[in-house]
Design a protein around this ligand. Structure first.
Ligand code: GCU
Length: 339
């Protein structure tokens, strides 16, 4: 499960290795919070959360720590949202698409080409003036969003040929995350959007049920999708954030001071995850290429133009429109107009 150990340096840390053995690395504490994660323990977000747990244990004098359960051990992302709601799991890291299914306003942060870069995304994601109301909007559903992590840039890949234009996607069944927004987006881009959980994608491509998928370089290399779909084309169409969610009652069980420590250390975790994400994407691209995958960089303008109808179709509430506009307004001047 730890394919990325082959990908180079600076990535597989001792803490990540410990977390992979499920718990061995969690610092002892009176209360060890369970964190559900769907990818392996070497992924940047898991490493950063494991380190957050260590700092939390230290700064709360052993009252609290975190134990990251990787590889869907506690369930798929969809399951773990429900487990957080019921209080059975304390925290989960879930993609924005899952939250869009609970409050459609989240869609604004999941739109294609809404961010110009990882730095742009990170500058808005945890700015309370932009996302504060959104993140507390799920309290009556027993979910509190503590913050968002950048999860890289997603592009399409497939088993038959490099994609240079939307026409090259014609007839190709491309796996997307399970929202109708993503299905519609991929159809507008020229292909056939096929919703599916991440765990089934490799076999589906191998057996011809799918022609490919869309994801960042890390997942592409790490889950070995590069073996069955060797053409990776930088359409750079999506940057869906991953959110750290908890149950308001779980989080509120800590004293206010300890909650403050948690939130301070979470800020540091964003920074660590961000640095590792940048590294791991480059390493993964190189590893996949060395293993035979072909990368190409099409002109993204035709893809960006093709998905424009999605904005009017999906940004249907004043809140989602305002969010989208606030994100665009925060884009750098040279990048105005989108990627
Ligand atoms: C990314 C993202 C995950 C998500 C996955 C997917 O890896 O970080 O949260 O589950 O894509 O495509 O399902």
């Amino acid at each position: 499960a730890v394919a990325l150990t082959a990908c180079g340096t600076g990535f597989t840390t001792a803490a990540a290795g410990d977390a992979a053995s499920e718990g061995a690395g969690a610092p002892e504490a009176e209360r060890v919070f369970k964190v559900a994660f769907n990818q392996n323990a070497e992924q940047p977000e898991a490493v950063a959360l494991t380190h957050l747990g260590e700092r939390l244990a230290e700064r709360t004098d052993g009252r609290y720590s975190l134990e990251v359960y990787p590889n869907e051990t506690l369930g798929s992302q969809k399951d773990t949202v429900e487990l957080v709601q019921s209080g059975a799991v304390d925290f989960a890291l879930v993609a924005g698409s899952l939250l869009e299914n609970i409050n459609p306003d989240f869609v604004a942060l999941n739109m294609p080409y809404v961010y110009d870069s990882q730095a742009h995304q990170e500058s808005v994601l945890n700015d309370p003036a932009i996302t504060g109301d959104l993140y507390t909007s799920l309290e009556d559903r027993n979910i509190r969003v503590l913050g968002g992590f950048s999860a890289g840039v997603r592009s399409v890949y497939n088993s038959s040929h490099p994609v240079e234009t939307p026409d090259d996607l014609a007839g190709l069944k491309i796996r997307v995350m399970e929202t109708d927004t993503n299905v519609r987006m991929l159809n507008l881009m020229g292909g056939v959007g096929t919703p599916m959980g991440q765990g089934e994608v490799y076999t589906a491509i191998q057996s011809g049920v799918l022609d490919g998928g869309e994801n960042n370089e890390s997942i592409y290399a790490n889950l070995k999708h590069s073996e069955v779909a060797p053409y990776y084309s930088y359409t750079n169409h999506l940057m869906i954030p991953d959110y750290l969610i908890t149950n308001p009652a779980t989080f509120g069980s800590m004293s206010e001071a300890d909650q403050g420590v948690f939130l301070e250390e979470l800020e540091a975790a964003y920074g660590e995850s961000s640095r590792l994400t940048t590294e791991v994407m480059t390493e993964s691209q190189q590893a996949a290429e060395a293993a035979g995958a072909e990368f190409n960089s099409p002109d993204v303008a035709p893809f960006r133009d093709a998905v424009q109808p999605l904005l009017d179709e999906k940004l249907t509430t004043p809140a989602s429109r305002a969010l989208y506009d606030a994100v665009r307004a925060a884009a750098g001047p040279t990048e105005e107009g989108g990627r």
